[in-house]
Design a protein around this ligand. Structure first.
Ligand code: GUN
Length: 288
């Protein structure tokens, strides 16, 4: 058995084409164009690349976007003042703060200042709370993207034993809520988990986001498991690999996402979907 590869790049392209068509129609009708503000603090190379990709995607579908770049020395107060202005700006429907922020900045304090109506990352406690209560509104991009990939492949989620490896605020925790909503029996493993492989061997679906190159070896997984790789790790030779050892998992899984070209493009696409959603729901005031 070899796995079917979930081509996130192709699925993403299709969704983005639909978004572009919708934006073209909005322009003809004289409706507002979704606008995204991205705040980038510091010099993290990966963050710079992610932000650039977000800008390119916005341009492709016809959104307005603006990047605000700051040195790592910027104060919390200045960031908060910018957020307050962006919350009121009628051209901006989504605000994203690229994470991680420099250590001296209190990330949660900053994220809470973004209006929940413009929280296109879905990290605001209000939006996380809604997801927790089965009323998804603006949903965190990577988990939402993964759900869409699984849906596209018509994978039946109800009752699956799902294992998330990594309990971060960005991926693991919102992913847990999404999978619970989808009807999976959901386990979250983290740095204090004992005997990880006892969970791995029983999992029908594994989602891994720990930033450790080639960590998950296929010899431990259940035959036919679905393997979703969120990791993006650059090796010393420049090669980009995931958290999953692709070859050993490919031989045993039923579905697998590649790196690059799996989850990554869908994260950006979910961001575009969220920005359009925020624009329609809170600016057009169309009930969705
Ligand atoms: N850093 C890594 N992933 C993400 C993400 O989805 N959103 C933000 N804001 N920062 C990130």
């Amino acid at each position: 058995m070899v796995a079917k590869i979930i081509n996130g790049f192709k699925i993403s392209k299709k969704i983005q084409k639909k978004i572009k068509n919708e934006i073209d129609k909005r322009k003809k009708k004289g409706l507002s164009i979704p606008g995204l503000a991205v705040i980038l603090v510091g010099n993290n190379n990966s963050s710079k690349i992610y932000v650039k990709n977000k800008k390119i995607a916005c341009n492709k579908v016809g959104f307005f976007s603006k990047i605000f770049k700051f040195s790592k020395k910027i104060s919390e107060k200045k960031i908060i003042n910018l957020i307050k202005k962006l919350n009121k700006n009628k051209l901006i429907h989504g605000i994203l703060i690229q994470l991680p922020l420099p250590k001296k900045i209190n990330t949660l304090k900053i994220l809470k200042k973004i209006s929940y109506k413009k929280d296109v990352d879905g990290f605001h406690p209000f939006n996380i709370g809604l997801l927790c209560q089965r009323q998804p509104n603006l949903r965190s991009c990577t988990p939402f993207g993964i759900l869409q990939l699984l849906k596209k492949k018509k994978i039946k989620m109800k009752g699956l034993n799902a294992l998330i490896i990594g309990a971060s605020n960005i991926v693991g925790r919102p992913m847990m809520l999404e999978l619970l909503l989808a009807g999976c029996t959901t386990t979250v493993a983290h740095r204090f988990t004992k005997n990880l492989y006892q969970y791995v061997k029983n999992a029908d679906l594994i989602i891994i986001a720990i930033g450790k190159p080639n960590f998950l070896n296929g010899k431990f997984i259940k035959k036919g498991a679905i393997i979703i790789d969120v990791g993006i790790n650059r090796l010393k030779n420049g090669k980009i690999v995931g958290d999953v050892d692709f070859n050993s998992n490919y031989k045993k899984a039923s579905y697998i996402t590649p790196v690059p070209g799996g989850v990554g493009p869908m994260t950006v696409t979910s961001l575009l979907q969220n920005t359009l959603y925020a624009c329609k729901k809170y600016y057009d005031k169309k009930i969705l």
